[in-house]
Design a protein around this ligand. Structure first.
Ligand SMILES: [Zn+2]
Length: 344
């Protein structure tokens, strides 16, 4: 069989303009690996699958591998991540025209040219490292390119924003070591879910830009998972970025009445504080059971977000940056920083 040829009309070439559309966080792979849904098939359940991503013109997605710390004890967490990686690669082999693994930023534009969706693999929650920084190298070799330092539980690397457990309020010594290793490998350091102290410590410790893959703005919704203006400013100054989350409870107090416009409010605020070059989208699709924002019911609605940004006064180049251009730039910077780090 001959290899697929580049297509002239790629997903995302419509209302989004020509730059890649990239969503920085979904839990859909977790649903798939747990056997709850097959992400290769269209479904009216959940928020995201490959056919609906095509319909929504999404070119690349960070598939987070979350290991539920209540379900997986020590020793089982890394094993689950490895299993999820194997399953993701099995989908890529089964559906080569639909999905491929992105190991570098250039893989996204290459995949887009062939009309494929590029999947970036991430680990959500450093507890999956099982306390061993060496596992970062192991995971990198298998295709992991992003690690969210904590989930809602604190772990060996640092304190989360919602837990009061653990001795340390911020980043631990092992957490610093993990960041050095991630910088060297070119793994993206993701600080969504971390405590303010862990965030500040990590920003100081990281030689490469960092991101918050799925967070919103605390100035608009007072909630510990959301970023303060100071955090947004620091992220922007450090060259990193935030992916604005769609999770209704993070976006507005009255979570049953959240609309697409509330999400745009957060994008607008983050852009005004961190800078337009530091904002993206991180839906958290399939990571919440609340009713999604009206107008952003699932991944097929992503073009409506781009269109609303235009209506709300963002220029087309600014919309392109938010929808994916900023992440491409930040990831390229992180990868280049990795190559420049001394080896140990
Ligand atoms: Zn999360």
């Amino acid at each position: 069989m001959s290899p697929p040829r580049p297509v002239t009309s790629c997903p995302g070439s419509g209302p989004h303009g020509r730059s890649a559309v990239i969503d920085l966080h979904t839990d859909a792979l977790y649903e798939h690996v747990r056997g709850r849904r097959d992400i290769t098939l269209w479904s009216d359940k959940g928020h995201l699958d490959l056919p609906r991503m095509r319909e929504g013109g999404v070119d690349a997605e960070v598939f987070a591998v979350w290991t539920n710390p209540k379900l997986f004890g020590p020793g089982q967490r890394l094993r689950f991540v490895l299993k999820a990686i194997r399953e993701f690669k099995a989908i890529c082999r089964r559906e080569p025209a639909a999905l491929c693994l992105a190991l570098a930023p250039t893989d996204i534009s290459a995949a887009k040219a062939y009309g494929r969706i590029a999947g970036i693999l991430g680990v959500e929650g450093g507890h999956a490292l099982e306390g061993d920084v060496g596992n970062l190298t192991r995971l990198y070799r298998r295709g992991i390119r992003l690690v969210t330092l904590t989930w809602n539980n604190s772990n060996e690397l640092g304190r989360s924003c919602t837990a009061r457990d653990g001795r340390h309020r911020g980043l631990t010594r092992l957490g610093r070591k993990a960041i050095r290793r991630m910088n060297r490998l070119g793994i993206i350091v993701d600080l969504s879910h971390t405590s303010e102290r862990t965030f500040a410590d990590a920003l100081e410790a990281s030689a490469a830009p960092v991101i918050c893959s799925h967070s919103a703005c605390r100035a608009l919704r007072r909630f510990p998972r959301n970023l303060t203006d100071r955090q947004l400013r620091d992220l922007g100054q450090q060259g990193g970025m935030v992916g604005i989350v769609f999770l209704p409870y993070f976006v507005h107090r009255d979570h049953l009445r959240v609309t697409l416009d509330h999400v745009v409010d957060h994008i607008e605020h983050a852009a005004s504080v961190a800078g337009i070059e530091s904002v993206g989208i991180g839906s958290d699709f399939d990571g919440f059971s609340d009713r999604p924002p009206v107008g952003l019911e699932d991944v097929t609605r992503i073009p409506a977000l781009a269109a609303r940004l235009r209506e709300r006064g963002f220029s087309q180049p600014e919309v392109d940056r938010v929808m994916g251009g900023n992440f491409l730039r930040v990831w390229a910077g992180i990868a280049a920083c990795g190559r420049a780090q001394p080896t140990d």
